[in-house]
Design a protein around this ligand. Structure first.
Ligand code: XMP
Length: 317
């Protein structure tokens, strides 16, 4: 019988055996999988795990600091590196979704290698790979593999001559969360919605700029916070907001406005492969629309996405 308690003990033993007195480097994303994997590795080898968390400029509002604080609370040895401007420079003039993904993925690898070059005697790379990732990467016809190139840190281990440490490789998401609970990782960290590697860059349709990121962060923060306050967050698989490259006319007081449109998305799903749009209560939608339009200067219209996957995808890019 699989139990989180037995799994944790065995995983820690296995990591100790594999790493010996070596050093492990790992890119942390703030997500559930990398947090749980890093915590297991850290329980096995302590500060010989060197975590790197990059602010790529397309994280959610205050996310960089909040996630770093959580890592600290867990006791992980993590270095936070702010490279926002480098990412904005790389995204300049890019409008095609796949080009944005490629630009972010490539720059991420450069930044990570740069950070790794300060460290000596690293021979292992920790990764939060889980079982569905393993299946997805071997099934050439997997929808997400062919429709969108889900960037992560593919190619790194070969490039840097590192051996992989993947303690969650045979677990499903719900098991990963159980392991996280066993490790006493804070609840909010374990039950976060999935968030794509390229972050808000693929939720800003068209060119990404620092100003648009700020706008989207502010609106998204109001939305996600309200989902939590209204106890809707945990019944939803994933929620987010999308900044559209469309302006429309509105009226505020007796002034005409001509501003951006924001689309809200929320879906229910078991694995992200198929998804239904979440039937959020009308009064919640009414409230959130007012909150966003009244508080975020630059958005004068809010729409709700009622498309399911397939044929739509969860993200708009
Ligand atoms: P789609 O939009 O394909 O998304 O229905 C399915 C799930 O994958 C996430 N997603 C990504 N995750 N890099 C990632 O790490 C990506 O490029 C990427 N694109 C989509 C999406 O947020 C959803 O959870």
């Amino acid at each position: 019988d699989w139990t989180p308690n037995a799994f944790v003990h065995e995983a820690i033993e296995a990591i100790k055996q594999q790493v010996g007195d070596g050093q492990v480097i790992m890119a942390l994303s703030g997500g559930v999988d990398s947090t749980v994997a890093a915590t297991l590795i850290s329980r096995a080898i302590g500060d010989r795990l060197h975590g790197i968390f990059v602010d790529n400029g397309v994280l959610r509002k205050n996310e960089f600091q909040q996630v770093l604080d959580t890592y600290k609370e867990i006791g992980l040895n993590v270095r936070g590196v702010d490279r926002k401007q480098l990412f904005y420079d790389a995204l300049k003039d890019k409008v095609d979704p796949e080009e944005k993904r490629k630009a972010i993925g490539k720059l991420f690898i450069d930044v990570f290698q740069q950070e790794a070059s300060d460290l000596t005697n690293i021979s292992f790379l920790g990764q939060g790979t889980i079982y569905p990732d393993v299946i997805e990467s071997v099934s050439v016809h997997g929808p997400s593999a062919t429709i969108k190139s889900h960037h992560n840190v593919g190619g790194l281990p070969e490039k840097m001559h590192l051996k992989l440490i993947e303690p969650l490789k045979y677990l499903f998401k719900d098991e990963v969360r159980k392991v996280g609970l066993e490790l006493e990782i804070p609840h909010d960290q374990l039950f976060r919605h999935p968030f794509p590697g390229p972050g808000l860059a693929i939720r800003i349709l068209g060119e990404v700029t620092a100003e648009k990121v700020k706008l989207l962060q502010d609106a998204d923060d109001i939305y996600v916070r309200a989902l939590k306050e209204n106890k809707l967050y945990s019944s939803i698989w994933q929620a987010g907001s999308i900044l559209l490259p469309i302006k429309s006319v509105g009226v505020m007081g007796d002034e005409r406005t001509y501003e951006h449109t924001l689309a809200l998305r929320a879906v229910t799903s078991v694995d992200g492969m198929t998804a239904d749009w979440a039937h959020l209560p009308y009064d919640f939608l009414a409230h959130i629309s007012n909150e966003i339009i009244n508080n975020v200067r630059g958005i004068n219209r809010v729409v709700y996405d009622i498309s399911s996957k397939p044929p739509a995808t969860i993200e708009w890019e």
